[in-house]
Design a protein around this ligand. Structure first.
Ligand code: UDP
Length: 355
């Protein structure tokens, strides 16, 4: 009988990562997927467009939970996800990354004694002021299988005493990029729509709470982007949180081409043609590398340290780029296949779920 794997997603980067794994699940008959969307991201251009463009199966459950404080949102997710897990009785719960959705999915499953598999395990910024850091630390400690994208992430888990169930599988974002790059070249018209020449612009995204929540910090980041815009066009798809924060603080960035968030194929095309990338996003730092573009990370630390070590990334206020080398640890574009093989072969023993 096929293993029943419940995928819990809710935020943009999770749709992109889950798309790669869902595609691999669809190609095999030993695993059946139950997709649950918490609703954390809900605008069409933050959610639906990814399901449409990346052939993600429609969620079996859409919980429509968003907004409110971290505690409030996570609490509502905990209640709703627990009910879904009790109803569906999955063999595994699969969570991605570091959002409130990740935390709620992992915590509910662990309390119900359903084994948890965490994709993008072991990443650490060592900055507990980041909500993401808290979510990932807790999710890792609750997980039975921990799928690490990098060598450093395995070392980070070791430091916290987690050595069992840890697998270095590579990065599902690389799988996603390989899929999207070819499709984007065929289908995306974004460069024409925005009248951009390949190589003639930089691509920027900003959405981390550490940059958006403090108006002075937001002003400083936007001022830096405005300076960069004097060198070449800076295209900036604006995350809803950032849009609200800019409006609240009355900041109007000068010279920056602000657009609505774009779908993944347009994003892949924009990356393909960009001369440089400026971002505080985790995913985009790696995608910049996959497209072999230099990246400036607009933060004071990064979880993806190998990109800095290999000269493709630099921190905003850190030293200049080092000499460039290839990063070998992200795999060959089949992280999803490895994840599923490891889940399929893992013996969960005789412990039964508390359902
Ligand atoms: N992304 C997108 N459209 C946009 C901005 C970002 O498709 O307008 C993609 C981006 O290419 C990356 C992912 O969204 O794959 C990153 O998501 P986000 O920055 O929200 O989260 P993080 O990576 O920081 O967790």
């Amino acid at each position: 009988m096929a293993l029943r794997l419940m995928t819990v997603v809710g935020a943009r980067p999770q749709f992109i990562k889950a798309a790669a794994v869902s595609r691999a699940i669809a190609a095999r008959d030993d695993i059946a997927e139950i997709m649950v969307h918490t609703g954390q991201h809900f605008d069409d251009n933050m959610s639906k467009v990814f399901f449409d463009e990346l052939d993600i199966p429609a969620p079996a459950f859409s919980l429509d939970i968003h907004g409110g404080s971290h505690g409030d949102m996570t609490g509502r997710m905990l209640g709703a996800l627990e009910a879904v897990m009790r109803e569906e009785r999955p063999d595994w719960v699969l969570v991605y990354g570091d959002t409130n959705t990740t935390l709620a999915g992992a915590l509910d499953a662990a309390k119900l004694n359903i084994p948890v598999a965490h994709v993008e395990a072991g990443l650490r910024s060592f900055n507990r002021r980041m909500p993401e850091e808290i979510n990932r630390v807790v999710a890792d400690h609750l997980s039975t299988l921990l799928f690490c994208p990098t060598v450093q992430s395995i070392k980070n888990l070791e430091r916290e005493g987690i050595t069992s169930g840890v697998h270095h599988v590579g990065d599902v974002m690389y799988d996603a990029t390989m899929f999207a790059a070819a499709r984007a070249r065929e289908r995306s018209t974004v460069l024409d729509n925005l009248r951009l020449e390949p190589g003639g612009y930089a691509l920027a995204t900003i959405h981390r709470a550490e940059n958006t929540d403090d108006p002075d910090q937001l002003r400083a980041v936007m001022g830096w982007l405005s300076d960069k815009a004097k060198e070449r066009t800076v295209v900036f798809p604006v995350h809803p949180r950032t849009r609200d924060a800019l409006a609240r603080a009355g900041i109007v960035p000068q010279g920056v081409a602000m657009i609505d968030p774009v779908g993944y194929l347009d994003m892949a095309r924009l990356l393909d043609g960009a001369a440089a990338v400026y971002t505080d996003s985790g995913g985009l730092q790696k995608e910049a590398y996959f497209h072999r573009k230099p990246c400036v990370t607009l933060r004071s630390e990064t979880e993806w340290t190998e990109l800095v070590e290999c000269g493709w990334n630099r921190l905003w206020k850190g030293p200049d780029y080092g000499p460039r080398r290839d990063v070998t640890e992200y795999g060959d574009g089949d992280a999803a296949g490895r994840i599923l093989d490891d889940i399929a072969r893992h013996d969960v023993g005789t412990a039964r779920p508390h359902l």
